[in-house]
Design a protein around this ligand. Structure first.
Ligand SMILES: Nc1ncnc2c1ncn2[C@@H]1O[C@H](COP(=O)(O)OP(=O)(O)OP(=O)(O)O)[C@@H](O)[C@H]1O
Ligand SMILES: [Mg+2]
Length: 680
């Protein structure tokens, strides 16, 4: 048996896995890593790794994947999947790596033939009956496993992975003692744990009086004995407090500072306020000059970056985010972020400031989230300590901070599957499709939800809903029903797919919006305008509700393509029609964009539009069109290894057409685009 690692190392066959990993990654494994890697090599056990943020759990995941040579990586967040995809593509030159989620569509057989498959829980359920561990790799890494508390489909995919005999490697930074023991019982897993952070953390707070936002005498965070804010200072609001603290600390220390705020809007406000406090600097001016500026967030970023202040959130293009990550790592500065960096995406700083302890829904954040974000402070190898400063307003926040947030560093996992009958049914459909009804109850009782709270009433209710859904499919019958159950499609998803299959785009879309809104109990009229105008782009340009519904429609249409190929065949008119509808949804059915959509891959198109919404909206003037074309084409070639001038030229021409309606771009533009695309 030859480990695929030998490909990278040649001639080191007799070495242990741990030694091979150390050589390949040029690191000395920590205790936790060593324990886990030895278990990976010498046993077939499932493993739960519970170790603080930044302690190197990713390397354990990679060891498991490399050791098996093939396998799956399951993560609850798109940003995390993309980070791992980019990293693995860079490191594992001898392996094929593919992603499958709402944003990336690859035909199932091709996807499953990749060595390392990165996927969302939803896709895992859809593909479940196609997955064969003996053929596709029997290891599945489950990152951020505590996120079962947020997403019942995440729990569902772990239940199914377990039943399929996968070797599960679960990773988390925040699990309570009790949950650790229960998880290990549930998955029959060995536990590897450590509470040691590589870098010590210090927790400070700054307290303000409510309403007046005056600094109270209880605590002044002092830097080299100088108070950062003084007693009696009056400040506009907590965001401004965070901005002042961040700019002062950065000026005094010249160390990297992270500021956390839960919403994009406040992230941008804070970044702007900080930037206004800081001078321009030559190294940052040159960073600013390479940043795109095709939407309002990116325009703001271009300004703030010139002063060393970075914004990082989902509203930026992948290209802009990559530049931010790279330049912040290189030059330091201040990075203001919502969630993208807090969930296992690896960008540390010496200081971390919580502008608030509330999330975007105005709920207090859990200890687990607090510590996960706090864990970004203190850079291993650079800092001897990390400092967390939390802005608090009023006594009740202070009390929550001390009595809850600082008391425990984990929150109990509250799995949702048994409280989410539709998700549970989605999980069970592929099971009954293969194994009949009798397996369903066993599978439900095999959930983490049931282990933590054996609620037989909930099991009964779910089974009765399952029976209704099966009756629904009995009436439909035939291959349609078989495939739908196989893929775990709920009736509402099936209906949306049928609508898409049987109608032309515009007619279908209104009906689809109605159905998809009903999943969330949202009035269709609240989201219809945004979605009709922008299609999938509403996930980025629309109101919060529209984002959610557009996301869901996108996921279902993507799934519909797979459905149609399975029911009618890859070359069928049905599959082609479904593909067309799904594709049209991504560019809002705009005829000017169509030629571009026919040329680039669907995920590329999506990234381009996100980077330059002018593709769909039309450019405001010549200059706007000129600059936005450069940005969009750069984004298109962002992940390509080779760049063919002919392809660049063609795509630039199509982008220009989408933005202006003119078929011939100015010749300088093509030259500039080529120059920019090469300059990466
Ligand atoms: N043995 C090691 N020696 C030095 N650096 C290491 C070692 N193992 C990992 N690292 C580095 O530590 C950093 C953090 O690792 P990683 O992202 O895996 O953290 P994590 O445990 O997954 O944290 P989180 O809970 O936030 O996801 C990475 O930059 C990685 O390269
Ligand atoms: Mg991680």
């Amino acid at each position: 048996l030859t480990s695929t690692l030998d490909k990278y190392l040649g001639g080191n066959r007799d070495k242990s896995l741990a030694e091979k990993i150390e050589r390949m990654f040029k690191v000395k494994l920590s205790n936790v890593q060593l324990q886990a890697v030895n278990l990976i090599e010498n046993t077939n056990d499932n493993i739960i790794v519970s170790a603080p943020t930044g302690s190197g759990k990713t390397l354990i995941a990679y060891s498991a994947l490399l050791h098996s040579g093939k396998g799956f990586y399951l993560a609850p967040l798109i940003s995390l999947m993309m980070e791992k995809y980019n990293e693995m593509t860079r490191i594992f030159s001898d392996h094929t790596i593919m992603v499958s989620n709402r944003d990336y569509r690859i035909p199932a057989p091709k996807f499953l033939s990749a060595d390392f498959k990165i996927m969302s829980p939803y896709k895992f359920l859809v593909l479940f009956n196609e997955i064969d561990p003996s053929q596709h790799g029997n290891v599945i890494v489950v990152d951020e496993i505590h996120k079962m508390s947020k997403d019942p489909l995440f729990e569902a995919s772990i239940v199914l992975a377990k039943r399929k005999g996968f070797r599960i490697i679960g990773l988390s930074a925040t699990i309570t003692e009790d949950d650790l023991q229960k998880l290990s019982q549930w998955l029959n897993a060995k536990v590897v744990r450590s509470d040691n952070r590589p870098v010590e953390l210090q927790y400070h707070y700054i307290k303000m009086k409510p309403l007046t936002y005056t600094i109270t005498p209880e605590e002044n965070y002092t830097f080299n004995k100088k108070p950062i804010l003084s007693f009696g200072d009056t400040i506009f609001d907590r965001e401004q407090a965070a901005a002042i603290v961040a700019s002062k600390i950065y000026l005094y220390s010249n160390k990297p500072v992270i500021v956390w705020s839960p919403t994009r809007r406040n992230v941008e406000r804070i970044a702007k306020m900080i930037a206004e406090e800081l001078p321009e600097k030559p190294e940052f001016l040159s960073v600013s000059s390479i940043l795109p500026a095709s939407n309002p967030s990116e325009k703001l970023l271009k300004f703030t970056a010139s002063r060393g202040v970075f914004i990082h959130h989902g509203g930026l293009s992948a290209n802009a985010r990559a530049i931010v990550e790279r330049e912040y790592r290189k030059h330091g500065g201040i990075i203001v972020t919502a969630y993208t960096l807090s969930h296992g995406v690896n960008i540390p700083g010496t200081y971390l400031i919580f502008s608030t302890i509330y999330d975007e829904n105005k709920q207090v954040i859990s200890p687990s989230l607090f510590h996960q974000i706090a864990g970004r402070a203190g850079r291993p190898g650079f800092d001897d300590k990390g400092v967390i400063i939390t802005i608090l307003v009023g006594d009740s926040e202070e009390s929550y901070y001390f009595n809850v947030l600082l008391k425990s560093n984990a929150s109990e996992i509250t799995p949702l599957l048994l409280d989410s009958p539709y998700s549970a049914v989605k999980m069970l459909l592929p099971v009954v499709s293969k194994g009949g009804m009798s397996a369903a109850i066993n599978v439900l009782k095999d959930s983490f939800s049931y282990l933590k709270n054996p609620d037989d009433e909930a099991v009964k209710e779910t089974i009765s809903l399952l029976e209704d859904v099966i009756k629904y499919y009995d009436i439909i019958g035939g291959k349609e029903a078989q495939v739908s159950m196989d893929m775990g499609l709920l009736p509402i998803e099936y209906e949306i797919i049928q609508t898409a299959l049987s109608k032309e785009y515009h007619e279908a879309l209104s009906e689809i919006i109605q159905k998809a809104s009903s999943i969330y109990g949202i009035e269709p009229s609240a989201v219809a305008n945004d979605i009709l105008k922008y299609g999938y782009l509403a996930t980025w340009m629309g109101k919060a509700e529209a984002r959610e519904v557009a996301n869901t429609i996108q996921t279902i249409l993507e799934t519909g393509v797979f459905y149609a190929s399975r029911v009618f065949g890859w070359d069928s008119v049905e599959r082609k029609h479904m593909s067309k509808i799904a594709k049209m949804f991504t560019y809002a059915g705009n005829p000017l964009v169509e030629p571009l959509a026919k040329t680039v891959r669907i995920d590329t198109l999506r990234r381009m539009i996100k980077a330059a919404p002018q593709i769909v909206e039309g450019a405001s003037d010549f200059e706007d069109a000129y600059n936005s074309t450069i940005v969009a084409v750069k984004e298109a070639f962002y992940m390509r290894k080779t760049i063919k001038p002919k392809a660049v030229k063609k795509i630039a021409t199509l982008v220009w057409y989408a933005m202006t309606g003119s078929e011939t771009p100015p010749s300088d533009l093509i030259i500039d685009v080529l120059k920019e695309v090469r300059r990466r």
